[in-house]
Design a protein around this ligand. Structure first.
Ligand SMILES: Cc1ncc(COP(=O)(O)O)c(C=O)c1O
Length: 331
């Protein structure tokens, strides 16, 4: 069956603050992140084998995309999340009827995370249940659908440099494969969880790190697809850079206040990377810079309300005119 969630063909808009920069609005996918592309492929796979239910792990976005897709195609889903999955993403999963199971320490403690993954892999095998994890290591069929994201960018802007936020490394792997040499890729990773960046620089194998980043979705401190991403980046002449969390929050603020783009922090990480490159004098590079806005701001309202000053005024209807015009006549 050809599964259609309404994913893909997302808008590509130029920045109004930074010449040469473009935003690929993956936040416009139906559940608000690029994971809808992945889930479309996974649901197709599940329907082909006659599955009725699945188990999944998620930092939030895979879960919300899966819950929506599973609801649409009559599948049951149980989703294992960590302590930090943001409220908006959990609300999406629950609204679509998924079973949400929080496991303390998951994705934080490397040994505990391995134990959870082994338990799920064994259970999936014994019960014949699909295990949905947005990584090539577990779900190559779904990840192959994410490669279209890279194809869409090169079709619109051949020769671009694409900035990709990195957690586990699957998305970066997919984008490099999708562009197939027709664009350059820069992986952008939080300095507090820099598995891909250090491995690309050192040439050694991927070492687990203790993650300190607060960017939901990018805190994957062990090798899921990191090794794969490093290999793809190395073979394609790609780059990998780190950004501090505060640089990501500042990029998110610029997107909100000056670009009119409502992104969750992970969706602003690519722009943080592009701004950093420009600050470091890479602006002379004569190619468009495309930042993947991978997730919507609606998913993580606390990341916005907590950091960006918002104010609300309350007035009686009778005073509205006088308040709007004010003493300084701002309108
Ligand atoms: C919004 C967002 N951006 C980027 C990523 C990173 O993708 P990957 O873990 O494949 O590197 C994720 C992963 O969950 C995400 O949710």
């Amino acid at each position: 069956m050809n599964v259609r969630l309404g994913e893909g063909n997302t808008p590509l808009v130029p920045s109004v603050t930074t010449p040469g920069v473009w935003f690929k609005l993956e936040s416009c996918n139906p559940s608000g992140s690029y994971k809808d592309r992945f889930v479309a492929g996974e649901i197709e796979r599940m329907l082909a084998i006659g599955a009725k239910a699945c188990v999944a792990t998620s930092s939030g976005n895979t879960g919300s995309a899966l819950a929506a897709g599973a609801a649409r195609y009559g599948l049951r889903s149980s989703i294992v999340v960590n302590e930090f999955a943001p409220a908006g993403k959990l609300a999406q999963m629950q609204a679509h009827g998924a079973r949400v199971i929080r496991v303390p320490g998951f994705t934080v403690d490397a040994a505990l995370t391995r134990e959870v993954m082994e338990t799920l892999a064994l259970l999936a095998q014994e019960e014949g249940l699909p295990l949905v994890v947005s990584a090539y290591r577990y779900c190559p069929v779904g990840m192959a659908r994410v490669e279209r994201l890279g194809e869409e960018v090169v079709a619109a802007l051949p020769g671009a440099r694409i900035f990709v936020p990195v957690g586990g490394g699957g998305l970066a792997t997919a984008v490099v494969r999708g562009v197939a040499g027709r664009a350059a890729v820069t992986a952008v990773q939080p300095a507090g969880c820099d598995t891909v960046v250090t491995t690309l620089a050192s040439g050694a194998g991927v070492r687990p790190v203790t993650s300190t980043t607060r960017i939901s979705g990018l805190a994957v401190p062990f090798d899921i697809d990191a090794g794969q991403a490093v290999e793809e980046l190395r073979n394609s002449g790609g780059m990998a850079i780190t950004v501090e969390d505060d640089e990501v929050f500042e990029a998110q603020r610029v997107m909100l206040r000056d670009e009119g783009i409502y992104a969750e922090p992970a969706g602003a990480a690519a722009f943080a990377g592009a701004l950093k490159q420009l600050r470091h004098g890479h602006s002379a590079v004569p190619r468009p810079m495309v930042c993947l806005v991978t997730g919507h701001g609606f998913k993580d309202p606390d990341s916005i309300a907590g950091r960006i000053s918002t104010s609300e005024e309350r007035v009686d209807a009778s005073r509205l005119r006088v308040v709007l015009l004010g003493t300084e006549r701002v309108l």
